[in-house]
Write a protein that binds this ligand. Structure first.
Ligand code: CP
Length: 315
């Protein structure tokens, strides 16, 4: 494929082969010298219309470690502030002949629209409530490394599911890999039709976590709540925050995940987040660089093959 816009179009073998390539980059990133020429001569532009710490920095590092010329667009200082549209911005950058665009946008579907207007490869770095494919892939790699497999696991995704692109991409990916999926959280933060998604739905944390192999916590995404119900932090933590007592309902070797950014004392107790025997949150960050390197490596190979075939046709 030319782009990576979501998990939906990926088959299980494609997911496994991307994770296998990412595994080689985990070892590569642990070396003292981290330089490859996989993206040599290619230009990568990162366009983040929403704030990011993990995704933007890991895409930048990933591109640099693979030898690309990487440019980070400062979107807040761009001509968007003067009324230029997303599409005109994308067409302007496209005319500078980049090879890879990495895009995060607050609107669901914006990255797909942008991808239809440009000539280069586009990676979705998170669009609205829609998808965050590289997050789901890095979560899958983290689970596979911690549990030794990516199938037949009981995985509880907890918290604000309704507004979460992370939950959506993970549900698609982990469902394709035949896991038992549970959604746990307040009814007001469940997506419409949650029960039809092939998941078990729980409002009670202890019931939802019972026997789970993986506990994935999510932040309350207030920026996407459109003035709807926002529980107080104190009440939320009491009922849905992950603490030692609730975690004890999961399997004794259950791992704790969080995509970040994390609000300690709201959806997760700080001591659980920092417990290196249970929490794989820092592993998720490390896997993020490797997965993004693998994704860009594969897209660059496809792009080179496509251009080679076009050149052969024209000659
Ligand atoms: N998980 C995630 O997307 O984090 P950032 O918003 O910091 O990129």
């Amino acid at each position: 494929a030319r782009h990576l816009l979501g998990i939906e179009p990926l088959s299980p073998p494609e997911i496994v082969s991307l994770l296998d390539l990412a595994e080689t980059y985990v070892a590569f990133n642990r070396r003292t010298v981290k330089h490859s020429d996989a993206l040599e001569g290619l230009t990568q532009i990162n366009m983040f219309f929403e704030p990011s710490t993990r995704t933007q920095s890991s895409f930048e590092l990933a591109g640099k470690r693979l030898g690309a010329d990487v440019m980070n667009m400062a979107m807040a200082q761009s001509s968007l502030t003067k009324g230029e549209t997303l599409i005109d911005t994308a067409l302007t950058l496209n005319a500078m002949r980049p090879d890879l665009l990495v895009v995060r946008h607050q609107d669901s579907g914006a990255v797909n629209l942008l991808a239809s207007k440009v000539d280069c490869a586009v990676i979705n770095a998170g669009d609205g409530r829609h998808e965050h494919p590289t997050q789901a892939l890095l979560d899958a790699l983290t689970i596979r490394r911690a549990k030794g497999r990516l199938q037949r696991l009981t995985i509880a995704i907890c918290g604000d599911i309704a507004h979460s692109r992370v939950a959506r991409s993970n549900l698609i990916l982990l469902g394709k890999m035949e896991n038992r999926l549970r959604l746990v959280g307040p009814a007001t933060l469940m997506p419409a039709g949650a029960a039809d998604l092939g998941c078990e739905v729980y409002e009670d944390m202890r019931e939802g976590l019972a026997g789970a192999d993986v506990v994935m916590m999510l932040r309350l995404q207030k920026e996407r709540m459109d003035g709807g119900f926002i529980p107080s932090a104190r009440e939320y933590f009491h009922r849905w925050g992950l603490d030692a007592e609730k975690l004890a309902c999961a399997k004794p070797d259950a791992i704790v995940m969080h995509p970040g950014p994390m609000n300690r004392g709201v959806e997760i107790d700080g001591t659980i987040a920092d417990d290196i025997n249970r929490s794989v949150i820092q592993d998720q960050v490390e896997m993020g660089v490797a997965v993004r390197m693998a994704a860009m490596d594969l897209l660059a190979r496809n792009l080179r093959a496509e251009r080679g075939a076009r050149a052969a046709e024209e000659s």
